[in-house]
Design a protein around this ligand. Sequence first.
Ligand SMILES: [Zn+2]
Length: 328
Amino acid sequence: MIKMFKGVWSYPAYDFVGGPEKVEEMVNRLASYGFNLIIPAVKDERGLFVFKTSRGKRYPMVDEWDPLRKLVETAHNYGLEVHPWLCVFHEGEESIFLEEHPEYRALDIKGNPIKGNWACPGELEVQMHELELYKEVMENYDVDGVHLDYIRYANIDMCCCEKCKDIDKKLGIRLNELNRRHPKWPEWVELRIKNITTFVKRLREESKKYGLDVSAAVFSDYPRCMVNNGQDWVSWAEMKLVDHLFPMTYTQIVKEVKAATKNHVAQLKDTDILLAEGLAPWIPLKTSILIEEVKIAYLTGADGVIFYHYGSLTDEALESIKEFEEQI
Ligand SMILES: [Zn+2]
């Protein structure tokens, strides 16, 4: 019998729509299957918040009760940990920050806002805004850690805001001429990596003050994400900036999970990071495929798995995972 690390991403605005009793129901269910960690979206992809902050719009439920506080209390009663999840540079369509500061909006090569409404990671003011949100959560809630998501550039086209264009010009780069054979390509890639890693360092410094862990959802395709998205998560692990890494290996192809996990395990072998493969029943996946993926991820060397997301986890899947843990 084994006990894998098991976590789940959750959307409180949907999972707890029935009120505080839904929190108890969820935590009880996860605890009975031996889960370790719940990651609730408290600043989601739309840019809406699940805690009271003056820095953004919130879901109406937050004015009626405090879903995050209730979740933390209940999870602790059952022995589970909670890492609130904030989408970092993906500010979302409902972002008040970018409405008030359009100058910080990340732009593509044509000068259009990046789809999803992103903020420019190279701007100090953007980094400070995102950091303040984490600080509010760490200060006001008895959480076990904090979770990073969208901690990257959207793509190769980002960012062409006025400030980034100035920096690129100084480097001798015009983004529309840039490609992998351009002599300045390595400098440009490094610049983007530095901007993203700087934020992770800043969060680490703050999290240390509260004695909290840092976890991150990262792209599965390392090292490509380092080049395309500025997301060098292996270096974060080597520098001890994070404690848990969750590569989002969202696929229906079991062999892909095996190859990706093999790579992640090898990349992190000299670190003491907890590695859990992010799997997505949400795609959707047949339960049989999901279970194969869970098995292959664990048997290939990951410490466990984490599911995207709670709303798509069936009892059938949970039972099958339990059987697997009991069999070996
Ligand atoms: Zn920019």
